[in-house]
Design a protein around this ligand. Structure first.
Ligand SMILES: [Fe+2]
Length: 331
C-alpha cells in the first residue's frame, strides 16, 4: 500500500482508489505544505459526480489552514460534501463555520420572537417549538418552513446571497426527510447552445414571498414584506472555484426582467425541471450527526417529507455569505 505521507502537494489519499490529483490547479496556487493530519483526510466520491464524503477529520477541533484549503478545493471540485459522525454542539458548529469564511448574520424566518436557538446566525431546520415540542400543524412557522421542499438555493433572496450552507443532523426521524441536491454547473453544460445564448444575459428577481406564494402561503406581515422585498440576481453565473458556468435557479424567482411574468416563469419552470431530472439528483439519507455542506452558488436542493406531526427532526444550519451580489460578480 502506498504511504499517504509520501503524497505530493495537492494530492489527497482516497482509499480504494488510484491516486489522482484531487485539487484543481489554480493560477495563483501556492505550494501547499500539508501536515500529516491533512494528508490523512479521506475524500471519496459517493453520489453522481458532484458529491463526496470526507472522513478522518474531527470538526470539533480547530482546523489548520491546510485543512481549510483542502475542504475548499473539495467543494470546488464537487459541490456537496458529507462529513459523517460529527458530534458537534452549537458552539462547535459555529466555530467550524466561522473558520471557513464570513457568516450570514441574520436568519430568514417568520415570527422572529419565537426562535429556539441561541445563535442568530444558526438556522433552525426543525419541526420544534421553543420548548422542544412538535409544532402544531397550523403553526405559521411550519407552513413557512414547508417552502424548503421546493428546489432552491439558500438566500438567493438576499442581495448578497449565500456561499456554503452546512446542515448538521442532531435528531432525525426514523424514515423520510432526505435532502436532495442537483448540480447547476452540469445543468448549464447540458443546455442546448440556443438556450444558453437566450438565458445568459437574463436577470431575475428573487424573494421568499414568491416561493411561499407557490404553496399558498401569503400571510406575511408588513415588516416581513419589507424584509423580503425582491432582489435581482443573474440567471447565469460563473463559479469562481471551478471556473464553470452555473444556472442560478431557485423557486424564489418570481420575475425575469424584460419578460412578461408568465413567459419568464414558464422559462424558469422548464429550466428547473430540466436541471433536476431524477438521474441527476443526489438524495442524501441522513444519519445522526452527519454534517452536509453544499455550495449554493452552483447547486439547488430541497427537503423531502417525513411525518413531522409524529417524529422530531432537529437540524441546524450555518451559512457562509457570498462576496457580493451576483450582478457585481464577473461572468
Ligand atoms: Fe435550503
Amino acid at each position: 500500500m502506498l504511504d499517504p505521507f509520501a503524497l505530493k502537494n495537492h494530492q489527497v489519499w482516497r482509499p480504494n482508489q488510484r491516486f489522482l490529483p484531487l485539487i484543481l490547479q489554480h493560477k495563483n496556487e501556492k505550494t501547499l505544505n500539508f501536515s500529516a493530519e491533512t494528508t490523512l483526510m479521506h475524500i471519496r466520491p459517493i453520489g453522481n459526480d458532484f458529491v463526496a464524503e470526507i472522513t478522518n477529520i474531527d470538526l470539533r477541533l480547530p482546523l489548520t489552514a491546510e485543512q481549510i484549503q483542502t475542504i475548499d478545493h473539495a467543494m470546488d471540485q464537487y459541490a456537496v460534501v458529507v462529513f459523517p459522525k460529527q458530534e458537534l454542539d452549537d458552539d462547535q458548529e459555529v466555530a467550524f463555520a466561522r473558520s471557513l469564511g464570513p457568516l450570514e448574520e441574520t436568519r430568514a424566518v417568520v415570527d422572529v420572537h419565537k426562535q429556539r436557538l441561541a445563535y442568530n446566525q444558526m438556522n433552525d431546520i426543525s419541526n420544534l417549538d421553543v420548548d422542544g415540542s412538535i409544532l402544531a400543524a397550523d403553526d405559521r412557522r411550519r407552513m413557512f418552513n414547508l417552502g424548503n421542499s421546493l428546489w432552491h438555493s439558500d438566500s438567493s433572496f438576499k442581495a448578497t446571497p449565500a456561499k456554503y450552507s452546512m446542515l448538521h443532523a442532531r435528531v432525525i426521524p426514523p424514515e423520510g426527510g432526505n435532502t436532495e441536491f442537483a448540480d447547476m454547473r452540469a445543468a448549464w453544460d447540458r443546455l442546448p447552445a440556443k438556450t444558453k445564448a437566450q438565458i445568459e444575459p437574463l436577470v431575475c428577481d428573487h424573494s421568499l414571498i414568491y416561493s411561499r406564494a407557490q404553496l399558498g402561503f401569503d400571510a406575511f406581515n408588513e415588516q416581513e414584506l419589507l424584509n423580503y422585498a425582491p432582489v435581482p440576481q443573474r440567471l447565469v453565473r460563473k463559479h469562481p472555484g471551478s471556473g464553470r458556468k452555473s444556472v442560478y435557479l431557485a423557486s424564489h424567482i418570481g420575475l425575469v426582467h424584460g419578460m412578461p411574468r408568465p413567459e419568464g416563469m414558464i422559462l424558469i419552470r422548464d429550466l428547473i425541471e430540466e436541471a433536476t431530472r431524477r438521474e441527476f439528483v443526489y438524495s442524501h439519507v441522513w444519519s445522526q450527526f452527519d454534517l452536509v455542506m453544499w455550495d449554493n452558488r452552483c447547486t439547488m436542493h430541497r427537503a423531502r417529507p417525513y411525518d413531522d406531526k409524529i417524529y422530531k427532526r432537529d437540524m441546524r444550519r450555518m451559512t457562509l455569505t457570498d462576496s457580493a451580489p451576483t450582478l457585481e460578480q464577473p461572468l
